[in-house]
Structures are given as C-alpha cells and as structure tokens.
Design a protein around this ligand. Structure first.
Ligand code: APR
Length: 231
C-alpha cells in the first residue's frame, strides 16, 4: 500500500504557467471587484459581467500549459498515492498528469444548470446569457462563489487527515474554509510549504519545512527530499 501524499494548492502553482494570482500586486482582485463578478448577488445583478469574467479566465486557462511544478507533482504518483486538493479553477494539475484532483472552488471549463445542478463540460467556448441546459434552465459557471458552500470540503478534510505527507503550494491561506484544511493534517505528517512570499500566514503547524521559492524551483526540491525517504 503506497503512502499518501496530499498536495494543497492555490493560484501560485499556476503563476509560472502565466495565470494571474488573486492577491499579488496586479493580481485578479486588483482588477476586478469580487462583489461584481464572484458572488451569487453579482450573478443576479449583472449576469453578463459575471459570464464575461469567467469566459476570459476560461480562455486564458485553456491557453496556458502545465509547468514543471504540476508535472513533478504528477510524477510523484510513481512512488506515492497522490491526491491534489486545489483551490484553482484551471485544469493544469490534470493536464500536468495528476490523476486524482479535488477542486474546492470549482472548474472554469465546466458549467452547471441553475435548475438541476447538472454539470456539463464547456471546454473553452464562452458561456452566454440565454445558454440553457437540456431542461431549459440557464447555465452558470461551475464555480464556488464567495458565500456559497464548498461541496468538496468534507472529502478534502478526510483526505488531508489521512495524509502521510502534505505539500502546501502557492496559496496565501486567506480564504476559509479552504485555508483551514491544513489543520486537518496529523501533527506527525511531514509538511512542506512552497511559496516565495515573505509574509506567509501560517502558524502552529507541527513538522513544517518552508521553501521560500517559486513553485518550479521549490517543488522539485521537495519532490527530491520525499523521494530520498523512499530510496
Ligand atoms: N510559485 C509559488 N507561489 C507563488 C508564486 C510562484 N511562482 N507566485 C505567487 N505565489 C504565491 C503568493 O505568494 C501567494 O501566497 O501564491 C499565493 C497566491 O495567493 P492568492 O493570490 O491569494 O491565491 P489563493 O491563495 O489561491 O486564493 C485562494 O481566493 O479569490 C479566492 O477563489 C479564489 O481560490 C481562490 C482563493
């Protein structure tokens, strides 16, 4: 039975693939107001603005490619049972080769019926107001907006609680309940945090090694450390 590695990722793992993060200088929330594009109220008030926001992000994500960090994470599947728990809505972990990915905040290449909650693959095509599901209900982005429940939270908590190793990569740990997941890991599990920032908000975590590096530098280093444990 392979030991379990859990990767908890945020926007920083996709930064070197060219995707903007949210809270770095010039990030997404510097250019858009969350209340205009990422809440249920925004959807009711101005659905076209919300649809444009996600159509743009869908196109940008589709044009991006997985980077070394995504690929090194996927390669660890040859020695470990790897589950990626990501806050990201891009599919770069999947396209980098990861076979088990849990999305906490949705997936930008999918859409959902506002009537039946049925999920459909949208690919890169823009979603427009008036696009409906087979039952005639408006389709919406398959995204967890601020103020909405995080459907995969329970499974994510269980997966992290069973982790033998945890890697936290590219997240400012600003948004709850996702950010609270790191406390679900056992104290005894070796934990590695990869992020170039000087002000990582992380406290009271046992067994933690911090790599103040970009993902494409830090992840290969952590992967090598973990592989050494298995030689
Ligand atoms: N390599 C690794 N980490 C990086 C890199 C990089 N090249 N560049 C930036 N980072 C780090 C930043 O230092 C920061 O800690 O990535 C983190 C990005 O933080 P945020 O922009 O807040 O993104 P994230 O933590 O994923 O946001 C969580 O907030 O807006 C919501 O739903 C949205 O899922 C998102 C959630």
């Amino acid at each position: 039975m392979k030991k379990k590695l859990v990767i908890f990722s945020g926007a920083g793992v996709s930064a070197e693939s060219g995707l903007d993060t949210f809270r770095d200088d010039g990030g997404i929330w510097a250019n858009y107001d969350i209340n205009d594009v990422a809440t249920p109220e925004a959807w009711l008030k101005n659905p076209n603005l919300v649809l444009d926001f996600y159509n743009t992000r869908r196109r940008i994500a589709s044009d991006a490619n997985p980077n070394i960090a995504h690929k090194e994470i996927a390669k660890l599947e040859d020695i470990l049972d790897v589950t990626v728990i990501t806050q990201n809505i891009d599919n770069l972990h999947e396209r980098g080769g990861s076979s088990k990915v849990i999305h906490l905040h949705g997936e930008v290449d999918k859409v959902r019926s506002t009537g039946t909650d049925e999920v459909y693959l949208q690919g890169v095509d823009p979603l427009l107001f008036g696009d409906v599901c087979p039952n005639g209900h408006q389709l919406r982005p398959h995204i967890v907006w601020f103020g909405e429940q995080v459907p995969n939270l329970t499974i994510a908590e269980k997966v992290i609680s069973e982790a033998d190793f945890l890697i936290v990569i590219g997240t400012s740990l600003n948004v709850y309940p996702a950010a609270g997941l790191i406390h679900a890991a056992s104290d005894s599990a070796p934990k590695y945090l990869v992020d170039p920032s000087d002000n990582i908000k992380i406290s009271k975590i046992e067994n933690l090694k911090i790599f103040k590096e970009k993902a494409t530098i830090g992840i290969p280093k952590v992967a090598e450390l973990i592989r050494k444990e298995f030689r």
